[in-house]
Design a protein around this ligand. Structure first.
Ligand code: NAI
Ligand code: NAD
Ligand code: ISE
Length: 336
């Protein structure tokens, strides 16, 4: 069976995912699209999925009888509306991170999914599908470095677009670490602290950059992450786990070591689209296969909710300079 997919949001990642789902991956086709900017929707359909219907609204995509499942790649603040509408229509929905921009909104999604009685929602936390992170998790679970005690990571973007404002360093960028670090060590967070760095002259007005977020887990692991979204030199993702008996690092992406013009080194990628290109493919291929079977095998609405509670605590910690506790509702049996 070929899964017929409707995509809402035809910006940067929407176009990437449409190209994947309509040609690169097996078992899926894109039959409908929408964007709040109709010119973007029309141009994307023409280029990546000719023949797909271009709807005037996201709701139109969800209601289209020729759409079996929905992919939401619009801006974060619009996610809640489209995910809730997909659940109401009984259609499986893959939503790019963040599931929604506040914990309350994610909670409404969790409650709606439980009330529907069906597992319908998957969140686009694709790092769980990345070969490097999977190898790192394998080392942790093998016990080779003993119990994880501390973790150091960094999320660096060369620059960010004009619409990247406010606390997006947490809600849009650090949200990847919030999900993947907890998955790596199979633990949950209990507190968050944010320490501002000296401000980069490349940071535009109103944006704090860089800073360090410190999360503490239930078992006591301390995790520090540098968020630096105007680092200029590359899209650089680092992660090191310090265990009782050794350390383990996230592998660097493959690149040819060069010796050239009196320098020895390796290229650093500049673009997130390329850094995690394989993980997006694996993530969406597995989502298509599971959706056809009526299953959700990836990050759930609960993971989206947990990430949003943590992200809210980090925003509060950044605002106040205090250590902020992280408390969630009890995990519903539906997600266990
Ligand atoms: P973008 O700004 O390039 O594209 C967003 C698109 O959504 C725009 O075309 C915009 O017109 C459209 N849009 C916004 N509100 C809408 C609405 N109410 N109805 C219909 N269309 C609407 O943004 P980008 O970078 O593609 O990000 C989109 C989402 O994907 C975000 O949630 C972002 O966090 C996520 N993302 C995830 C990445 C990952 O690595 N998993 C990487 C980049 C983005
Ligand atoms: P983008 O700005 O390039 O694209 C967003 C698109 O959504 C725009 O075309 C915009 O017009 C459209 N849009 C906004 N509101 C809409 C609405 N209400 N209805 C329909 N369309 C609407 O942004 P992006 O970089 O593609 O990011 C989109 C989403 O993907 C964000 O949630 C972002 O966090 C996520 N994202 C995830 C990753 C990842 O690595 N998983 C990477 C980039 C972006
Ligand atoms: C973007 O939305 C992503 O998800 C990228 O992976 C991240 O590095 C970037 O900071 C976000 O804006």
């Amino acid at each position: 069976m070929t899964l017929k997919i409707g995509v809402i949001g035809t910006g940067a990642i929407g176009q990437e995912h449409i190209a994947r789902l309509n040609g690169k991956l097996a078992g899926s086709t894109v039959t409908a699209v929408n964007d709040i900017n109709p010119d973007s929707a029309r141009a994307t359909a023409e280029r990546y999925c000719p023949g797909a219907r271009v709807h005037e609204t996201g709701q139109g995509v969800i209601d289209d009888p020729d759409v079996d499942a929905v992919v939401v790649t619009s801006w974060g603040p619009s996610h809640e509306e489209f995910v809730l509408a997909s659940i109401a229509a009984g259609k499986p929905v893959f939503c790019e991170k963040p599931l929604a921009t506040t914990a309350d909104a994610c909670r409404r999604i969790v409650e709606a999914e439980i009330a529907s009685g069906r597992h319908l929602v998957q969140v686009g936390f694709m790092r769980r599908y990345d070969a490097g992170y999977r190898l790192l998790k394998g080392v942790v679970t093998s016990g080779r470095i003993g119990e994880p005690l501390m973790l150091h990571s960094a999320h660096r973007n060369p620059t960010v677009p004009a619409h990247y404002v406010g606390d997006m360093g947490i809600t849009d960028t650090f949200i990847h670490e919030i999900d993947v670090l907890r998955w790596l060590v199979d633990d949950d967070y209990v507190s968050a602290q944010v320490i501002q760095g000296k401000r980069s002259r490349h940071a535009k007005e109103g944006l704090d950059d860089p800073y360090v977020v410190v999360l503490k887990t239930r078992s006591g692991i301390v995790m520090d992450t540098e968020i630096f979204v105007n680092c200029q030199f590359g899209y650089d993702i680092q992660c090191q786990i310090v265990g009782e008996d050794g350390t383990a690092n996230l592998p660097e992406p493959i690149s040819v070591p060069l010796r050239h013009q009196s320098l020895a080194g390796q290229e650093i990628m500049m673009d997130w689209k390329l850094r995690f290109i394989d993980s997006y493919d694996v993530e969406l291929q597995e989502w298509v296969q599971a959706t056809v079977k009526g299953e959700v095998t990836g990050p759930t609405a609960w993971d989206g909710y947990f990430a949003a509670v943590t992200s809210d605590a980090c925003v509060e910690a950044k605002r106040t300079g205090q250590i902020v506790p992280i408390t969630t509702m009890d995990k519903p049996a539906f997600y266990r």
